[in-house]
Design a binder for this molecule. Structure first.
Ligand code: ADP
Ligand code: ADP
Length: 228
């Protein structure tokens, strides 16, 4: 379940400048495909198109054979867990923000997800800066901490498909390794699309796609790409 397929996908934010110029790839069920390439190559655009923030100009994007334009947005997004580069939190506690991943979750489930993403101690806290209310529960979350909230939310949601967009980029090395372990745990058995800058962060991907200027330049496993 959760096969992602891009077929000859063309997309531009504005007609004068094509961003993706005929992208085709597949992420088999339960596998991990990484998209790497320089900044501006169109990597994040691919994740936004899969989540249907925008519609494509030409080609087809499907999940389990079904064109994503033919399913409701709620159904599509219910299948996809997204850990974006910049997580925007709701104006409420960390726990509330995590629970958003699955509204019906119990307090225990929320607490467990928070612990797995190493944001447990912050669960009652209000992210400061989003609030006019400055109370004792106020807390300023760093970029990395916000990312952990997004990871906890995704752990709770447990979707068949994951999009990790530079998911550990905002973290320091030690934290990155810990978080990587939770990410490996959530992505196990789920169809995963990883967006990354560096090849070194996606060693274990089943396939790596190198994107440059909106076209696929190379593809293969990590060691094969390095050997070139
Ligand atoms: P990457 O993730 O590889 O760094 P992006 O997919 O974010 O690249 O962006 C690809 C190109 O599309 C960039 O040149 C960027 O400036 C442009 N772009 C991204 N988002 C928008 C937008 N909302 N409107 C117009 N252009 C955009
Ligand atoms: P669903 O509730 O079916 O998951 P949504 O589109 O409401 O669909 O949300 C999908 C995911 O996108 C959520 O799990 C959450 O991670 C993220 N998300 C959506 N809207 C926001 C938002 N305003 N702030 C932060 N994250 C959001």
């Amino acid at each position: 379940d959760g096969v992602i397929r891009f077929e000859d996908v063309h997309f531009s934010y504005d007609a004068a400048r094509p961003i993706l110029k005929g992208i085709s790839f597949e992420v088999p069920a339960g596998k991990t495909v990484a998209i790497v390439g320089p900044s501006g190559a169109g990597k994040s655009t691919i994740s936004r198109l899969l989540y249907r923030f925008y519609d494509i100009d030409r080609g087809r994007i499907s999940i389990d054979g079904q064109d994503i334009r033919e399913v409701t947005q709620a159904s599509l997004r219910g299948k996809i867990g997204m850990v974006p580069q910049d997580t925007v939190l709701f104006n409420d506690t960390v726990g509330y923000n995590i629970r958003y991943g699955r509204i019906g979750a119990s307090d225990e489930e929320v607490a467990r997800a928070a612990e797995m993403a190493q944001i447990g101690p912050f669960i009652e806290k209000l992210p400061e800066g989003l609030n006019t209310m400055v109370g004792e529960r106020g807390l300023k979350l760093s970029g990395g901490e916000k990312q952990r909230v997004a990871i906890a939310r995704t752990i709770l949601k447990a979707p068949p498909i994951l999009i990790l967009d530079e998911a550990t980029s905002a973290l320091d090395t030690a934290t990155e390794q810990e978080i990587q372990a939770s990410l490996d745990y959530v992505s196990k058995g789920r169809t995963t699309l990883v967006i990354a800058h560096r090849l070194s962060t996606v060693i274990n991907a089943d396939e790596i796609i190198v994107l440059r200027d909106g076209v696929i330049k190379e593809r293969g496993r990590h060691d094969a790409l390095l050997a070139q």
